[in-house]
Design a binder for this molecule. Structure first.
Ligand code: UGA
Length: 436
């Protein structure tokens, strides 16, 4: 099929590259001309495992093309995805200006019967608004509207797109469903379930999935606070919970809270949406409150360890909001760093991929070449992101490098017995601490 993807951010670009890999002819378009020039050379503008190869292969096969001109990208397209940003407004509601203006422009340039598909996460009711927004444009009569929310996670986005657990399509017409069934036929033939709903249900289901996963994270983080007060071990508790398939072990890792460009934004937007609909859903407020408390609890351990934060040197391992990505947007690690800096500490950080993005956001961060370099002369070391390599840290070497051998583990990466044996004091999350 001829497919156009408007917006080549994380979601848009993975969508482009994976659909080209499934055999479709895909044109990606973006207002950022520099990014497009880079993509035309087959280079992905951000780090995402496997994406570079997929983009390169797509461009080399001729099935994946990029242009900054909507007038080139849209004509002839049977499926047009909108995957532009929906950043939060001050009040938390999703800002849909870009979505609206893209829809209008697409409708102006449409030349064949096609489906305009919401890929960006948008509040329930957006589909109906898009139809209204487009109605005065020349090609509007050619376009059906559908919702096809993405369930990609950064760090595993390529696998999530090529081997999804489910595909969700919301539409109100058989023509739209048929087009989407043809688009995803290669995946459905391999056994991926395709769930069909109306547009509003698909839009809502996307928010609900993210809000529920965020709820799981906040639940276990609240349990971690209880464990810290009783001496129980939250990792064992999560394992016990996870052994019950009705609960599941995933998203029960306690730590300094959830971040990134999806959960915080989507939970807030969902709160706004239900509020506007006149429903009270205080559980969502609690998810946010516990998340903030989780960061605070980690900070408090650093304060407790350092006594006075001012003038101390703090090593931070991990700055991205989770492993497998260089993304530092709404990263709890970055909030922690900023708080420590504002309290007068010097922060020296190491991250395998996110250092340059972090430095661009907070220039005061001192950059280290590896964890041991970061630990040199530090009064406290905080683990903020559970990168694989941190599981294999030589804690004895860390202990020798530090001014005070003391680790706050905001992601429960280390084995308490090993850290204790190396002579360090250790403050994990929701697990018994080791004090030297
Ligand atoms: C999330 C969803 O998992 C995807 O299904 C969805 O498509 C995506 O948002 C989106 O809406 O675009 P993502 O934000 O990439 O994906 O990352 P997650 O793996 O979900 O992690 C989110 C945050 O929760 C991270 O900060 C992570 O560290 C934290 N988390 C996750 C925990 O603190 N504990 C856990 O057990 C799991």
């Amino acid at each position: 099929m001829r497919v156009t993807v408007v917006g080549t951010g994380h979601v848009g670009l993975v969508t482009c590259a994976s659909l080209a890999a499934l055999g479709h002819e895909v044109v990606g378009t973006d207002a950022d001309g520099e990014k497009i020039a880079q993509l035309q050379r087959g280079l992905s503008p951000f780090f995402e495992p496997g994406l570079d190869e997929l983009v390169r292969e797509g461009v080399a096969s001729g099935r994946l093309n990029f242009t900054s001109e909507m007038a080139e990208a849209v004509p002839g397209a049977e499926v047009i995805f909108i995957s532009v940003g929906t950043p939060p407004k001050v009040d938390g509601e999703a800002n849909l200006i870009a979505v609206e203006s893209v829809a209008r422009e697409v409708a102006r340039h449409a030349t064949v019967e096609g489906v305009l598909v919401e890929k960006s996460t948008v509040p329930a009711g957006t589909g109906a608004r898009l139809r209204r927004a487009m109605r005065h444009e020349s090609g509007a009569h050619l376009l059906e509207v559908a919702s096809n929310p993405e369930f990609l996670s950064e760090g595993t986005a390529v696998r999530d797109a090529m081997e999804p657990q489910r595909i969700l399509v919301g539409a109100d017409s058989e023509r739209a469903f048929q087009a989407m069934r043809r688009l995803y036929a290669p995946l459905v033939e391999r056994g991926t379930p395709l769930i069909e709903t109306d547009v509003e249900t698909a839009e809502l289901a996307k928010y609900v999935c993210n809000a529920f996963l965020a709820l799981k994270v906040s639940f276990i983080n609240a349990v971690a606070r209880v464990c810290e007060r009783t001496g129980a071990d939250v990792v064992d508790v999560a394992d016990v919970m996870g052994a019950d398939p009705r609960i599941g072990r995933s998203f029960l890792n306690a730590g300094l809270g959830f971040g990134g460009s999806c959960f915080p934004k989507d939970v807030r937007a969902f709160q706004r949406l239900v509020g506007r609909l006149g429903y009270e859903f205080p559980l969502l407020d609690e998810v946010v409150r516990v998340n903030e408390e989780s960061l605070e609890a980690t900070l408090e351990k650093v304060r407790e360890a350092l006594w006075n934060v001012e003038g101390k040197r703090v090593a931070v391992l991990g700055l991205s909001y989770k492993p497998g990505t260089d993304d530092v947007r709404f990263s709890p690690a970055m909030v922690l760093v900023q708080r420590l800096l504002s309290e007068g500490a010097t922060v020296v950080a190491y991250d395998p991929h996110a250092l340059s993005n972090a430095k661009a956001e907070v220039p005061e961060i001192e950059v280290a070449t590896d964890p041991y370099d970061a630990a040199e002369g530090a009064h406290c070391l905080v683990i903020c992101t559970e990168w694989d390599e941190f599981h294999r840290l030589d804690v004895e070497r860390i202990a020798r490098a530090m001014a005070h051998p003391l680790i706050v583990d905001g992601r429960n990466v280390l084995d308490p017995a090993v850290v204790g044996a190396a002579g360090l004091s250790y403050f994990p999350t929701g697990r018994p601490m080791v004090v030297r």
